[in-house]
Design a protein around this ligand. Structure first.
Ligand SMILES: [Zn+2]
Length: 144
């Protein structure tokens, strides 16, 4: 596992949960298993969760709800968003599942809820966004 990923969310700065399905050839077929971890890096590669000798078959990363991170959204550049949750979908038997391929986000300084693709989220460094209006590059909240 690469240094970008930890086995458990050890600190409050965790931004991403990552998961990979990995496989390797064994006599008679392919052995698959999965690995998961947590990362405080802005842009960790989920394939870093793959152990040596295994190949990544599937990977995903999901922002951690309640984390400190702010994100940009490809469809609304220039503004920081915070993650507020994930949409639920019908699980086909009357219940609900969380769809963690999508994220519910709200712009800093706004209250309009948007549903966006998790793949369109980019985590921001803390000083890159304004705490008052949410705009990137605005310094009027006094932070450096
Ligand atoms: Zn501002």
């Amino acid at each position: 596992m690469s240094d970008a990923w930890k086995a458990s969310p050890q600190d409050d700065d965790v931004i991403w949960y990552g998961e990979v399905v990995v496989g390797r050839d064994v006599p008679g077929g392919t052995h698959t298993t999965y690995q998961y971890g947590y990362s405080a890096e802005l842009d960790p590669d989920p394939s870093g969760l793959c152990p040596d000798g295994w190949a990544v078959l599937e990977s995903k990363r999901v922002p951690v709800r309640g984390g400190p991170a702010r994100f940009t959204v490809d469809s609304a550049p220039g503004v920081a968003f915070r993650l507020v949750g994930f949409p639920t979908v019908d699980d086909g038997s009357g219940g609900e599942d969380i769809d963690d391929s999508m994220a519910l986000v709200v712009a800093v300084g706004d209250n309009y809820l948007r549903t966006v693709d998790v793949a369109d989220l980019t985590a921001l460094d803390d000083g890159d966004w304004c705490g008052q209006c949410g705009q990137l590059g605005c310094g009027h909240d006094g932070r450096e």
